[in-house]
Design a protein around this ligand. Structure first.
Ligand SMILES: [Zn+2]
Ligand SMILES: [Zn+2]
Length: 172
């Protein structure tokens, strides 16, 4: 099975890295919470600083939650591999995304897909569906949306379907 030599399966950001960050954020939330409790025990009026600490606890907990969710997004299903192209697409329609203020959606009428983040600027995590070959003979494994986009962006592209359950490659 041919694969781009420079583009192996090492992710730019590993799920475990995000899990560690989530743990740090959660420890931070706890530490701020404790500081806030100490402040309240020793300061008569729970001053502006106290309110700010409460805000900080909430923000740190939010960060922990988002990081944990992001780690879940990144950890691939066992036995399957993900597209990994560095920009996002609509899984059905390809390069049809538009967005504003951190939200994004597919422009294709009737699609109706939308995301609460800027999907177009994030790496693709859809499962591999096609081996996409250019006329020059380059070949890249891509998800369906990226294969659709490749067909539209470049003439002479050919697609070879990749069965969903195929392993990352023969290992022996
Ligand atoms: Zn769409
Ligand atoms: Zn993709």
């Amino acid at each position: 099975m041919t694969r781009d030599a420079g583009d192996d399966e090492t992710p730019v950001v590993a799920a475990t890295e995000l899990e560690e960050l989530a743990e740090q954020a959660s420890n931070l939330a706890q530490a701020i919470d404790e500081a806030s409790a100490r402040l309240r025990a020793h300061a008569d009026d729970s001053s502006k600083a106290g309110w700010r600490l409460d805000e900080a606890v909430g923000a740190a907990r939010g960060a922990a939650r988002e990081l944990a969710a992001a780690a879940g997004d990144l950890s691939p299903e066992p036995g399957s591999s993900n597209c990994g192209i560095t920009w996002g697409v609509c899984p059905d329609h390809g390069k049809t995304l538009t967005g504003t203020a951190g939200r994004s959606w597919c422009r294709r009428p009737g699609c109706g897909r939308s995301w609460h983040y800027d999907r177009a600027s994030l790496p693709c995590t859809e499962p591999i569906a096609f081996e996409v070959r250019t006329p020059r003979g380059d070949s890249t494994a891509m998800c369906r949306g990226h294969a659709v986009a490749a067909l539209e962006l470049q003439a002479g592209i050919t697609l070879d379907p990749v069965p969903p359950d195929v392993d990352a490659g023969p290992r022996s």
